[in-house]
Design a protein around this ligand. Structure first.
Ligand code: FES
Length: 620
């Protein structure tokens, strides 16, 4: 009340198609409201008004907007605003269009694990009651374990069961009888968090699930998130909480499905890239990116946390083992990839590639490993491309072009109406346009082509993949020359990383006998397309294996086996890294990739063969 006048400082935002009403104070941006209430709106730049991904439509009511040249006139006329630049000044109804939503991720949690003999860090022992005190003296125990021990021993039982962590030399729990021991393995990805529920005694993975990392609402790339940590006093805490909340959501789902309690989960292992590891354990990751001209030393020893300290909904005495990192660009996720693929037991040099926004590449065998990270950029996640989207429902994930008609046919995730194209779809597209003679070796559309799906818009050429009437966004889904350039840019970066590692170790494409493809993206990547465009060299003597989510694999293996934990720590110490951008050969290698497919020594047969491709003509 002010002088008898009530000032209304609260307004309602109705989010569509979610049909959720939320209350916010006047002046809150639509994006801030969405973050607070868990409405998934894309925000690649972390709300800085730079990426244009947070487009929403104001259906009713008025908002105060800061101008942006990221919106076209037609869009403004249709009520589009950028959610991060639109402040609420009265009750509004806001529609979040399909291509601005953070949809549900396609589940990429599968992993091919080696067969192992379980030898977990935790175990259960049934003891005569008179031995309990001795054990409690030998191992460390928290106050609540001691209280529980007292309570159980006063019941006059002959035997009790205790759950121990041998590695940490501590008692986790005391119970009246034997019980199931569950563990949780977690892959903390920049985009997605994948979790496996593991029966530790039986050595079995019971289930896997994944969710988008809730840190996404602070920005899709790690730089935006680090900026958020620097800008806010509680930024680091908030960022850590976002990860913990995501994991806890998955734990709740598992607990309901398997009728267990979080208290029955006695051990957690996690793996993630170095920035994600820092954010999870509560370390400021800024020193990792302060200067790319200098090397940064990163601890290669694992972190141990107490579940109670980080707020995970598991047994409060559980330990959390965080796989060690090997450098600022080679985190515990790569260590996980290596032990899952078994590179650490290989007798001859093998190559491992984990494709993503940052693509990690490692060459090595039992006693040596050399790795690097290629800054492939966010194009594989769909960022910066005209109709790029992540691998969510409706994203086109594969494309084939009919050589007779030059029309594209495609497959969209969940067979939904297409909303855009995700990374694997773009790689297929580039490959298909190239082999069908619709683009030249520089990724330019042939100007004199009579393909009916290539058209000129203003000064720019584009290829229509999906006409408006088939798409879910009410307009044609196209790929432009600029998009193709961005994909070529990303693939050149990946290929140059492989090439430089081969060179450093005096190896050629013929010397590699095994290639392991891992990571979420790798699972859906058409390797033929990747080779056609010159992203992965032509390893003529190698067998290729998809291992899936190797980072999750590493977390599972260390959860189930002390030997694998020792191996992970050995690998982290041995893994030498090259900082690609500081390497004197990088520029040459990178530029060579701009002429498809790339250098002859990397594509010994395909490079010459591709020169025989003729430009497409209607009556070819
Ligand atoms: Fe709004 Fe990037 S422009 S989040």
């Amino acid at each position: 009340m002010f002088g008898g006048l009530k000032i209304n400082t609260e307004h309602t935002i109705r989010f569509l198609p979610h049909n959720i009403n939320v209350k916010v104070v006047k002046g809150t941006t639509i994006l801030e409201a969405a973050i607070k209430y868990g409405i998934g709106i894309r925000s690649v730049c972390g709300g800085k008004g730079l990426c244009g991904k947070c487009r929403v439509i104001v259906r009713r009511g008025r908002v105060e907007v800061r101008e942006s040249n990221l919106l076209k006139r037609e869009e403004l006329e249709r009520g589009y605003v950028l959610a991060c630049l639109a402040k609420v000044v009265e009750d509004v109804e806001v529609e979040v269009p399909a291509d601005s939503q953070i949809g549900r991720p396609k589940l990429h949690s599968s992993v091919v694990l080696p067969s192992i003999k379980p030898k977990p860090m935790i175990r259960q022992e049934v003891l005569p009651i008179h031995n309990l005190l001795n054990t409690l003296r030998t191992y460390a125990s928290s106050k609540d374990v001691l209280e529980k021990a007292y309570e159980v021993s006063s019941k006059g039982l002959e035997k009790v069961s205790i759950i121990l962590n041998d590695t940490r030399k501590k008692v986790i729990d005391v119970s009246e009888g034997e019980k199931g021991l569950y563990g949780l393995a977690v892959d903390i990805g920049t985009t997605k968090i994948a979790v496996a529920l593991v029966d530790v005694i039986g050595g079995r993975v019971l289930d896997t699930a994944s969710e988008f990392n809730r840190q996404l609402i602070y920005g899709e790339d790690v730089i935006s998130r680090i900026r958020f940590v620097l800008d806010r006093a509680d930024g680091l805490k908030e960022m850590q909480k976002a990860v913990i909340d995501t994991i806890n959501t998955i734990i709740d789902t598992f607990c309901k499905k398997y009728r267990i309690s979080g208290e029955d989960i006695y051990m957690v292992t996690t793996a993630g890239n170095t920035v994600m590891t820092y954010l999870f354990v509560g370390l400021n990751p800024y020193p990792l990116i302060r200067s790319f001209k200098e090397r940064v030393e990163v601890s290669r020893t694992p972190y141990w946390l107490e579940a109670r300290d980080v707020g995970l909904n598991v047994n409060r005495n559980s330990d959390v083992y965080v796989l060690p990192c090997a450098g600022r660009f080679l985190g515990g996720d790569v260590v996980g990839d290596i032990i899952t693929a078994g590179l650490n037991f290989s007798e001859e040099p093998a190559l491992l590639i984990d494709i993503g926004t940052n693509t990690e590449v490692v060459i090595g065998c039992r006693d040596w490993f050399l790795g690097t990270t290629a800054p492939a950029g966010p194009a594989f996640e769909g960022w910066g491309l005209t109709h790029g989207v992540r691998a969510i429902t409706g994203a086109i994930e594969s494309v084939i072009i009919d050589p007779k008609t030059c029309k594209a046919s495609y497959r969209a995730i969940d067979n939904a109406r297409p909303i855009g194209v995700c990374g694997s779809g773009y790689i297929d597209l580039l490959a298909q346009l190239f082999i069908n003679g619709l683009i030249d070796v520089f990724g330019k559309f042939y100007r004199d082509s009579d393909c009916p799906y290539i058209r000129k818009r203003g000064e720019k050429y584009e290829y229509v993949i999906v006409p408006a009437e088939e798409s879910a966004i009410g307009k044609d889904i196209v790929v432009t020359e600029e998009d193709l350039y961005n994909i070529i840019d990303s693939k050149s970066s990946v290929c140059s990383a492989v090439s430089i590692l081969l060179k450093k170790m005096l190896l050629t494409v013929y010397d590699i006998k095994r290639v392991y493809v891992c990571g979420a993206f790798g699972n859906y990547l058409n390797l033929n397309s990747a080779m056609t465009i010159g992203m992965i060299p032509e390893f003529t003597n190698a067998s290729i294996e998809y291992i899936g989510n190797g980072s999750l694999g590493g977390a599972i293996l260390t959860l189930l086996s002390k030997d694998y934990r020792v191996e992970a720590e050995r690998v982290a110490k041995l893994l030498a890294s090259i900082e690609l951008l500081l390497d004197p050969d990088f520029m040459d290698e990178y530029q060579a990739g701009f002429m498809l497919p790339g250098k002859k020594e990397l594509f010994p047969t395909w490079r010459d063969a591709s020169r025989g491709i003729k430009p497409w003509r209607r009556h070819n």
